[in-house]
Design a protein around this ligand. Structure first.
Ligand SMILES: [Cu+2]
Length: 524
């Protein structure tokens, strides 16, 4: 394996400092309206929308439990799926399925997930939104190696090039010391997260607690996770992705045309193209996740319910809101979660309600459809108080002991254009911030010349302002990802709770992340 330029950079072998390039290249082409990226046209015949029933990923059972801990096991391996009718798609999935199995756990009940790697590439699993100790957070170079491959200790930041025995599995420990929330787990391998998630390495992780259980929100089969992502397909049905090296073992990165991001032309929900779900005329809770590499969505219902808003938001990235928020439309950047209730009693039985993407056009303007097929007695409601958010509400600028600035831009290095933070491409050896455990800081984030959803590992934050003004309704509640479009800036108030150690923060456009728009912080 030859050492790429970016590996030199990561290992600190190059002395040069990358320069920020002027803004200005186009950030959107094809039908990616509102998203930063380029549409990759499928070669396969795409399916007709609203034919496939919505699948719901299976919930993983623990392999065993003891007094303090539940133990789960997953194998990352090849699988087969029929995503487009009559065609077979090879999936790189957790347990060989896409999305992976849903992990359910309870607040403050520890779980251990043993991840075994039967894929032909290194992997690292990150629990997105998890307050996780550093050794289990899925640092990009904390890899589980494939069969027959040695691990370079230096890649884990230990400095020397000595080899150690290949480790084919890893036990991830999740203490779950946080509120009920909709989290997700996905691959985070350095330089190759984009193609590996595209092939299927993503799943839900739903954390529950007593506070949420006590609420009269829709439950059971009316509490439905929706993983929205876009993909493109080759003639035979395999996932199409413009990798420079499709073995994902050589040169990382994508063809130049796609360096702004890869946009698929097929919208999948829980792995099915434009699916349909039959519902009764009652309330449903949808845990909406945008698991796309580069596509952003503006979600709306068509038709809208006559006398009320389409979505009643009850939760954000970090769990329940204090009080519900009504939205006609929801902008959702990559990796964000919106936990919403939709009230189908506002529609006549036999109405077809389409979940639209107002940022898409043609086929990408549709996401999925609900068919109201029967009457049923309503057993749920949305209370006006959801959660005790006193701590969140009390948190203000005055609590911050320090302010840091981070600019998310293109960076140039010897003619090669990449993405970086404060002018620098990612370097696992460089520490970009050292916040103190228990402290609160203001992070001022500025992005250009593209949309960049900014994600911090470990912590949750409060969005204080956007472009110097009030936040948007979709910024409410505890967040771990803030979606910024080109030229925007936001101030976020971050509480560095949880654990000491090294973590990353990065853009969640996965092509930008792979092309180095990532940096380290160490909680000290
Ligand atoms: Cu970005």
């Amino acid at each position: 394996m030859s050492m790429s330029r970016r590996e030199f950079l990561r290992l600190g072998l190059a002395g040069g400092v990358a320069l920020a390039l002027p803004f200005g290249t186009s950030t959107c082409s094809g039908s990616g309206g509102g998203s930063t990226g380029t549409v990759l046209p499928s070669k396969a015949r795409l399916s007709e929308p609203f034919q496939t029933p919505l699948p719901v990923p299976p919930v993983l059972e623990p392999a065993r439990s003891d007094a303090s801990t539940d133990y789960f096991e997953m194998v990352q391996k090849l699988g087969k799926a029929e995503i487009l009718p009559g065609l077979e798609t090879e999936v790189w999935g957790y347990d060989g399925i896409f999305p992976g199995p849903t992990v359910e756990s309870r607040s403050r009940r520890k779980i251990v997930v043993r991840q075994r790697n039967d894929l032909p590439v290194p992997v690292s699993t990150h629990l997105h939104g998890g307050r996780t100790p550093p050794g289990s957070d899925g640092y990009p170079t904390d890899l589980i190696m494939p069969r027959g491959m040695k691990h370079y200790a230096s890649m884990s930041g230990h400095g020397s090039m000595e080899m150690e025995d290949a480790r084919r599995y890893k036990d991830y420990e999740y203490p779950n010391g946080q509120r009920a929330a909709t989290l997700w787990y996905h691959d985070h391998r350095t330089d190759f997260t984009g193609p590996q998630v595209w092939r299927g390495l993503a799943g839900f992780y739903i954390l529950r607690d007593d506070e949420e259980d006590a609420l009269p929100l829709p439950k059971g089969e009316k509490d439905v996770p929706l993983m929205i992502c876009d993909r493109s397909f080759d003639e035979e049905g395999s996932f199409l992705y413009p990798s420079l090296d499709s073995s994902l073992m050589g040169e990382p990165g994508v063809e130049d045309d796609y360096m702004d991001g890869v946009l698929g032309d097929t919208i999948l929900v829980n792995g099915a193209p434009w699916p349909v779900m039959e519902v009764s005329n009652t309330r449903y809770r949808f845990r909406i996740l945008n698991a796309s590499n580069a596509r952003r969505y503006e979600l709306a219902l068509d038709p809208e319910p006559g006398d009320s808003t389409s979505f009643v938001q009850v939760g954000s990235d970090g769990g329940l809101l204090g009080a519900p928020i009504d939205h006609h439309r929801i902008h959702i950047g990559q990796a964000e979660r919106f936990d919403v209730v939709v009230d189908f009693s506002k529609y006549e039985v036999s109405t077809e309600v389409t979940l639209k993407n107002l940022l898409g056009d043609g086929k990408t303007a549709n996401v999925m459809r609900f068919r109201v097929v029967r009457k049923e007695k309503e057993e749920s409601t949305v209370p006006s108080r959801l959660s005790d958010m006193d701590e969140f509400d009390a948190l203000g600028e005055a609590d911050a002991t320090r302010t840091r600035e981070f600019r998310f831009t293109r960076v140039g290095d010897g003619g090669k254009v990449m993405w970086g933070i404060n002018g620098e491409p990612f370097d696992s050896e460089r520490m970009d911030a050292r916040p103190e455990l228990g402290s609160t800081e203001i992070w001022h984030l500025r992005v250009a010349p593209a949309a960049h959803p900014i994600h911090l590992h470990l912590v949750h934050f409060k969005v204080l302002s956007r472009n110097g003004r009030r936040t948007l309704p979709t910024d409410a509640g505890w967040k771990d990802t803030v979606d910024l479009t080109s030229g925007e800036e936001a101030s976020v108030l971050v509480r560095f709770d949880g654990y000491r150690g090294r973590y990353v923060f990065h853009c969640h456009n996965l092509e930008h992340e792979d092309m180095m728009m990532m940096a380290n912080f160490e909680v000290v």
